[in-house]
Design a protein around this ligand. Sequence first.
Ligand SMILES: [Zn+2]
Ligand SMILES: [Zn+2]
Length: 169
Amino acid sequence: MTPSPFMTASCSCGSVELHASGRPIVCNICYCDDCQKGAEQIEALPNAGAVREDDGGTAYILYRKDRIACAKGTELLRRYKLKEASITNRMVASCCNSAMFVNFDRGPHWVSAYRARFHGKPPPLQFRICTKFKPESTLLSDDVPSHPGYPPALAVKLLASRVAMLLGR
Ligand SMILES: [Zn+2]
Ligand SMILES: [Zn+2]
């Protein structure tokens, strides 16, 4: 049985599609310097749309990696790294240069999917993180808690999801 809710994300031209199931680990906006640089790198590609929000943050939905998969157009995905040696990959649909998700060569058990690519009502935003790197001009909204770095509550959610994954739940 597929855990619900079932969510679909697609690139702007529709050639690449992701399927995600079950409740995501968390939904957050990251202002870290790597996310800003990564967004800049992708936004500079031909015909690419905005990856960042207007305030410089990038919105993600984090899923356990066993709960999200590329359902269509896998061969169109191209990885971008900030540095050759980095384990972090920003996966872009090369058909229309839409940023799809962030994954890792090793380590973390989650995939950070770009929230803007999802269809329907996305899960509510829970945190703004790494705000110490935000552009100086950005005034943060107080709709959800903002943290200069990584909030302990986020670490707890990540750990809990790791345990659930190990237990096969
Ligand atoms: Zn596309
Ligand atoms: Zn970040």
